[in-house]
Design a binder for this molecule. Sequence first.
Ligand code: CA
Length: 515
Amino acid sequence: MRRMFRLILAWLVFAGVPVVAGGADRPNIVFIMTDDHAAHAIGAYGSHVNQTPNIDRLARDGALLANVFATNSICTPSRATILTGQYSHINGVPVFNRFDSSRMTVARLLQQGGYYTGMIGKWHLGSDPIGFDRWEILPGQGVYVDPLLYTATGEHTYIGKYVTDVITELAIEFMEKRPRNKPFFLMVHHKAPHRPWEPDSTHAAHFAGRRIPEPVTFWDDYETRTDALHENQQRVAADLTRRDLKLEPPPDLAGAERASWLSTKPNSVTIVRDGRTVTLTGEPLVRWKYQRYMQDYLATVQSVDDSVGRLLAFLDGNGLSKNTIVIYTSDQGFFLGDHGLFDKRFMYEESLRMPFLVRWPAVIKRGTTSHAIALNVDFAPTFLDAAGIPVPREMQGRSLLPLLRARTPADWRTSMYYRYYHDPGDHNTRAHYGVRTLTHKLIYFWKKDQWELFDLVNDRYELHNLYGEPGQDKLIATLKAELYRLKEALGDKDQFANEQLPNGVDGPVAKLRGK
Ligand code: CA
């Protein structure tokens, strides 16, 4: 009998039938993540500034989660959190420091659980990917044009190609060449729409001269807010460089002089408008900067939307759609002129919120929407749950499958904890931690000992800091109790609160091949 069983098992393996837990119906997972794509630049989230028909298809044919939040709104930390299901203070990546990829990650667990795993595109964790059968990554931030990508053993520069197209084509190649006897897990990580927002010529032409509406908080004067907003340096008005604005350097400049010119933040700009040369300063210059920033940002988003369309077409055309989970998200949100800002980092809504759209026709009903609070620590448990693999206790998130099935558990979280560390750091954004509930947000800038409190129901744009105003004491006490409860429950013992961690994480890949 036992011999017969062994024979059958051997035949199953030989025939390519999966024999691990979960069986043949385990879903494939395609996780598409962009860098810095704010939810409010996606049609399905009600964008006023662009249209994203392909990304929107995921919401129409599947689910849209309206309240997904980053636990530390910055690139490298969010990536480490997504892989580990842990907050920054547990996974050891609070700023742009190196991720120890020998740690437990969702990729390793899926690989061990019988998945064929792949990582294509922007990795940005300083160490080489582990837990992937195939990987091909940009070094550090990577570049938009003629991108160089590394594999474990080789490298290739894609001359004449645009980074979003390269990543898309490599993702399709991964799926084409995959072994057919395993489900697959593919992370497709785009560089776009990260700074310096360099679109390809087709999409640039599409947005050239288009007037993008300014957000309602564009001229926010920061009245009632603490020092942090006043001191920050990610303002459209003052902090976009000539490189960001795509201004052409004088032809006689070269080398360090040229680089210096490009990195300068201009107070006046001379342009040709309607055939006349005009010099812009003051308010007209700020409005012009916003347009230049957004035209390029949105053009790079459009290349991503095309990419999603190509990936969906591949899945649809290869009979893979029904049992493949396709997720679209970004590593955090972004300010699109909101509060006069670009970039992210702050716990304010535009930066905190991550887009999260999922198609999985076998399980998710078309047009599902959830407003429950979900976090990037939940992604890894979700993948494992879908794959039928136990979620390790060290993971701090919770599977989102119940929300995707439109059945929110009664004990689902009603508040979330956030912490940003990079201070002193780029853009002079002050370190802070805070709590967001379904109705309120309390932020503590711990190095300043200053607080902000917002009523998200009556002040959705977070313009009025209620902290210290009469009549708020009871609310503040309740929110502080919740803040410290979460902080303790999540094991945040101020591990990295005052540590100066090394910045910049290019390499290894054998220290980028001996550079
Ligand atoms: Ca990012």
